[in-house]
Structures are given as structure tokens and as C-alpha cells.
Design a binder for this molecule. Structure first.
Ligand code: PLP
Length: 356
């Protein structure tokens, strides 16, 4: 027992359990395998050299908010920028949390939702995904929300770690049939294309979280944002500290956002790599591949824990779910470069063949 007087329940809180070390091949965090496109890097280095490093961030935040708002036909009052979508999501859970509040989300989904719920001292109510294909029964989700009357309902679309996607009509059905705030975490939406941003004006309860970390390869910068009604944006904005975004991140994200057309071929390339690898893995004996709409693939293999150990020993880091509920023997493999994907596949195939 510690001598310190921590907040109640902090000691029961799980930690985010990713094994990190200097991997030879790192495909465990759904990052992009590609750094900045050279033309973006050139423009960015010029802008970074002109930053007023002695000043708190100011107009840089405005520029990025304006660029984002314009793109979606919204105003800056509908946009909140955060240090990764992680900060945004954590603040949303915080703002809807509290001891008597429920937060509903599907399971399995992004493991941080449980942690943010606990941190907010709220109560998590989960709706199990269908075990065969990890699809969400949208009607069952709505029924659960209307039954437990939460402060917040959350879906991740497409879903991490299962890769499964909900149609915009499904998101709309949920938004229309529930009364609480409804967060759609679109961290991987660029690989899927079916964003719910077009529903924002019709459904004032909708909040959409997006990130620069995945399709735009800016995980190092920590930048994400949310789009929502003026009221929700203002209320959630109260939870962030003054000058919470640093100027270098804002300038980098703004440059990337302005030059986002440069990323279209890369995103296509990541999608075609995922399709190529889905096919290869599904041909391996003993492997079940779940169809993915993201930049990663979830596979189930009877000896996944031993396989993961073998890969770790070779310096290949992927995400193993061990005995996590509904994810037993599942491994999540992020798409890296073509060469990396081939090397990971070769190592996995070799292990699988040795088991025969
Ligand atoms: C579903 C989902 N949401 C949000 C995040 C947070 O990403 P970031 O904080 O880098 O924007 C992640 C990161 O893996 C994720 O998988």
C-alpha cells in the first residue's frame, strides 16, 4: 500500500500495455510506415525556421482551426484541436464522466476507452461485437444506450483492433435514436472513406474525432481534432489548459493539412498493401483473417502467443492480445512498407510451417 492519498480507484486502473523496445520492424501501433513526403518536408522546414519560439502559440492555432473548419463547411467554433486525438477523447470522457454517469461503447474496441472511463470515474457499459466477424448489432447498441441512459456513447469507426467498419447509415441510425452525446472515433477513416462528418449539421449530439497520426504519418507530432456543435465544442474546450498545443505541432499539422493531396497516393498504397497482405495471411494454414477497413489486419492463430514471442526475439514488434476477452489468440499487424510487410509475413509463415 502506498502512503500517498491518490484519487479513489486510481490503483485499480490498468495501464496501456504496449511492449516497446527498439524494434527492427515496428508494426505494433498502426503508425504510417512512411515519413513526410519530401515536398511537404521542404515547405515545413521553411515554416519552422520562422516560428517565434519565444511566444506562446496564438495565430498558428487559428490557422489550423480555420483550415480544418473550411474543409468541412464548418466554423472554428465547431473545431477543437488536441495533442493527438488521445487528448480529445480523454477530455470528452472527462467532460461526460462523473460517478453516476455511464459511458457505452462496443467491445472489443480501442482499449483506452476503458482507461478514460475509469479516469473520469464513470461506469463503462459495453456492447459485445458479434463473435463471428466483429460486426456491431446497431439495434442492440441503441437499445443498450436507451436502457442505461449514459452521458456518452462511443463507437470507433473503423474499429481498432478488429478493423471492421460501420456504414454512414448505421452511424446516422445511432445518432438519430439516442439522446446522449455520441462520439465517433474516426482515427482510421482515411483508409475507409465513409466518414460521418456530413451528419454533423443534422445531429447536434454527434462528435467526430480525427487524427494526423495514422494516414498522415504525424504520430511524432501528437495532433488530432474534434468536430461538433458549438455547444459541445465550447463545453469540451473548457477542459483543456491554456496554450495546450505547441507551435511546432500546429505548424506541422497545418502544413500537412494544406498539402493533404500529397497523401492520396500514399493512402491508396497502404490500402493496397493491406489487401495484398490480407490475401497472403488468409492462405496460411490455421490463420483466420478478419476483413479490415484500416491500415492494420487482425488475425487469429491457435498458437499466437508463441508466435508473438518468436517474432519479438527476431526484433519484430506487433500487437498481441494474449487472453484479452473476445480477442484470444489474436494478433494485430500494422501495415508498414512493402518490404517490411514481406519480412513480417516471411517470419510468420516460417513459424507456422515449423508447427506442422
Ligand atoms: C481508435 C483510436 N483512436 C485514437 C487513437 C489515438 O491516436 P492519436 O492520439 O495519435 O491521435 C488511436 C491510436 O492508436 C486509436 O487506435
Amino acid at each position: 500500500m502506498s502512503k500517498y492519498k491518490y484519487r479513489p480507484h486510481l490503483n485499480e486502473m490498468p495501464s496501456y500495455d504496449v511492449v516497446e523496445r527498439p524494434w527492427k520492424i515496428k508494426v505494433n501501433a498502426n503508425e504510417s510506415g512512411m515519413n513526410l513526403p519530401p515536398i511537404v518536408e521542404d515547405r515545413l522546414m521553411g515554416r519552422l525556421s520562422r516560428v517565434a519560439y519565444n511566444r506562446y502559440p496564438n495565430e498558428e492555432l487559428e490557422y489550423l482551426m480555420e483550415s480544418i473548419a473550411d474543409n468541412y463547411g464548418l466554423t472554428t467554433k465547431n473545431v477543437l484541436i488536441g495533442n493527438g486525438s488521445s487528448e480529445i477523447i480523454e477530455k470528452i470522457f472527462h467532460c461526460f464522466g462523473g460517478r453516476n454517469h455511464n459511458i457505452v461503447f462496443p467491445e472489443p474496441s480501442f482499449s483506452m476507452y476503458h482507461i478514460y472511463t475509469k479516469l473520469a470515474e464513470a461506469h463503462a457499459v459495453t456492447v459485445p461485437l458479434n463473435s463471428a466477424d466483429y460486426s456491431l448489432n446497431v439495434k442492440a447498441f441503441v437499445a443498450k444506450v436507451n436502457d442505461v441512459r449514459p452521458a456518452l456513447a462511443v463507437v470507433c469507426n473503423p474499429n481498432n483492433p478488429t478493423g471492421s467498419g460501420l456504414k454512414v447509415e448505421d452511424i446516422e441510425y445511432i445518432a438519430a435514436h439516442i439522446k446522449c452525446a455520441f462520439l465517433v472515433d474516426e482515427a482510421y477513416i482515411e483508409f475507409y472513406g465513409q466518414s460521418a462528418t456530413g451528419l454533423l449539421k443534422k445531429y447536434p449530439n454527434l462528435i467526430i474525432a480525427r487524427t494526423f497520426s495514422k494516414a498522415y504519418g504525424l504520430a511524432a507530432c501528437r495532433c488530432g481534432y474534434m468536430l461538433a456543435s458549438e455547444e459541445l465544442t465550447e463545453m469540451i474546450g473548457k477542459a483543456v489548459m491554456p496554450y495546450h498545443m505547441n507551435t511546432m505541432t500546429l505548424v506541422t499539422a497545418d502544413t500537412v493539412f494544406q498539402m493533404r493531396d500529397e497523401y492520396v497516393p500514399r493512402i491508396q498504397q497502404m490500402i493496397s498493401e493491406r489487401k495484398r497482405m490480407e490475401k497472403l495471411y488468409s492462405e496460411l494454414e490455421g490463420f483466420k483473417v478478419y476483413p479490415s477497413q484500416t491500415n492494420f489486419i487482425l488475425v487469429r492463430y491457435y498458437n499466437a502467443v508463441a508466435l508473438n514471442k518468436d517474432l519479438e526475439a527476431q526484433g519484430i514488434g506487433l500487437r498481441s492480445f494474449g487472453n484479452a476477452p473476445a480477442l484470444e489468440n489474436c494478433l494485430r499487424i500494422s501495415m508498414g512498407t512493402r518490404e517490411e510487410n514481406d519480412m513480417v509475413y516471411k517470419a510468420i509463415k516460417h513459424f507456422a510451417e515449423e508447427q506442422k
